[in-house]
Design a protein around this ligand. Structure first.
Ligand code: UD1
Ligand code: CA
Length: 473
């Protein structure tokens, strides 16, 4: 890289119109915060320094940055005195910044690395003192307008609220992203005055001042205007999210994945889906989720931080921090909670909840069960309605079900308890003591039939008549 680069991201604002307790730039969108998306787009620029200007909720912002962009430094702007002031604060805490300074906003999540690097190359090869990422739009309301002289050279930017009627008619707008020669920027920031409608130091005034100083200013038209969209309220955020969803889904489909209904499919940018996966309508794939080849997900399933192997099926399920290996079957109507591991060909069927449990290869929990803190051996079968009582009201305990164990329907296994390899539990048992290999455990009341009870105690009822008819036959 020939020239030094500094990235400055403005993120000091509260985002009042979001009406959120969270600062706007920390609001989530398909796998990252708004700010996280911007930093991700800027990362390939390999800047020598990345500086985030923070103010509102500074501690929260620092914590978030430590997680998503530990390389970023922060500069605190105590009072929001304008975008120019914010950049001045950043430049003051980066006295060594030279070469090119790129200024971005923290609330433009659709900005892509390609757009930014094309913009950078255009700036660096132009010899401009400043280049503005601009766009021509149908409705420029509220945005700064690019001013040009009769030769078409950029002479400055005027804010909507400060613009004359003629200037308001201009539809070339300032996206709010710029590349500056560092030394010229530093010098000009010191000359800013708040003599405008808002009494703020406008970064945009730097451009007019540079022009007056005889410096050349250029524009770079964003190839896709969406890249520059910011969001101020939740309605706008939903619009941007829909655009991002479209981009992600298009990329996923082009990589060989079938989406039955892209509009109801929400895949975070952090998710990986392998080729020949089929995704049915109503699926959300979140966080660190990975889906292996030839698997089928959905309809109506949410997978959060969950890995699915190849050729598995997950139908109407909610899975959080679970691992589902190759050829497993999950659902319909299953809930896999954190720490669930289904080894190859295992099954968690209908109305089954699993938590912090290992289901080894080929083992099945097919119907209506709760299994918590349990290890289930290979090829075991846990009958319909089996409940693991893992919690005694104070502590949680583990249960072990061995290889090829058969647990009869409607049993309760009271933890801690161990059912050894190759044993049986009779249906309807309440198992509180260990079962040894090869045993059948029966733990239920013995059946007693009271002969003639119906004719004595329910005489004249329809049941009694049915009993008499049966006796005649
Ligand atoms: C700004 C531009 C406008 C452009 C528009 C694009 C200025 C004066 N105007 O207007 O030309 O068309 O963006 O969206 O720059 N911020 C700080 N500290 C401050 C003030 C702002 O960090 O003291 C941050 C805000 O949190 C926000 C960003 O800078 O993320 C933009 O500030 P805002 O006041 O919203 O500028 P706009 O009115 O949108
Ligand atoms: Ca704004």
């Amino acid at each position: 890289m020939s020239e030094a680069r500094t990235v400055i991201v403005l993120a000091a604002g509260k985002g009042t119109r979001m009406k959120s307790s969270l600062p706007k730039v920390l609001m989530p969108m398909l796998g990252r915060t708004l700010l996280g998306h911007v930093l991700e787009a800027a990362h390939p620029l390999q800047a020598d320094q990345t500086m985030v200007v923070i103010g509102h909720e500074a501690e929260k912002m620092k914590q978030h940055l430590a997680q998503v962009a530990p390389y970023a430094q922060t500069a605190t702007q105590e009072q929001q005195l304008g975008t120019g002031h914010a950049v001045r604060v950043a430049m003051d805490s980066a006295p060594e910044a030279s070469g090119t300074v790129v200024v971005l906003y923290g609330d433009t999540p659709l900005l892509r690395a390609e757009t930014l690097s094309a913009f950078m190359s255009a700036h660096e090869s132009s010899g401009n003192t400043a280049t503005v990422l601009s766009a021509v739009v149908d409705d420029p309301t509220g945005l700064g307008r690019i001013l040009r002289d009769s030769e078409g050279a950029v002479t400055g930017i005027v804010e909507h609220r400060d613009a004359s009627a003629d200037e308001l008619a201009i539809n070339e707008i300032n996206s709010g992203m710029y590349a500056f020669d560092a030394a010229s920027l530093r010098q000009t920031l010191g000359m800013l005055k708040g003599n405008n409608d808002q009494g703020e130091e406008y970064l945009t005034d730097v451009l007019g001042l540079l022009h007056q100083a005889g410096k050349r200013i250029g524009t770079f038209h964003a190839p896709e205007v969406e890249d520059t969209y910011g969001c101020n309220d939740r309605a706008q955020m939903a619009d941007l999210q829909a655009i991002m969803q479209g981009r992600i889904n298009t990329e996923v489909m082009r990589s060989g994945v079938t989406l039955d209904d892209p509009s109801s499919t929400w895949i975070d940018v952090t998710v990986r889906v392998e080729p020949d996966v089929t995704i049915r309508p109503g699926v959300q794939l979140r966080g660190d989720t990975v889906i292996g080849a030839h698997s089928e997900i959905g309809p109506d399933s949410t997978l959060i931080d969950t890995s699915v192997g190849a050729e598995a099926s997950v139908t109407r399920a909610h899975c959080v921090s679970a691992r589902i290996d190759d050829e497993c079957q999950v659902g319909p109507f299953a809930y896999l909670r954190p720490g669930t591991v289904l080894a190859q060909r295992a099954k968690a069927g209908t109305y089954v909840e699993l938590k912090n449990s290992l289901v080894e290869a080929g083992a099945k929990v097919p119907h209506l069960s709760y299994v918590g803190d349990t290890d289930i051996g290979p090829d075991a079968n846990v009958g319909a309605g089996t409940i693991v009582a893992n919690y005694d009201g104070v502590d949680k305990h583990r249960t072990k079900i061995g290889e090829a164990v058969f647990v009869g329907s409607n049993s309760v296994l009271i933890a801690p308890v161990s059912i050894a390899d190759g044993s049986y539990v009779a249906a309807g048992s309440a198992i509180a003591s260990d079962v040894e290999a090869g045993e059948l455990a029966v733990a239920r009341g013995r059946q007693h039939n009271a002969s003639g009870w119906v004719s004595k105690r329910r005489s004249g009822t329809k049941t009694d008549r049915a009993a008499r008819n049966a006796a005649k036959d």
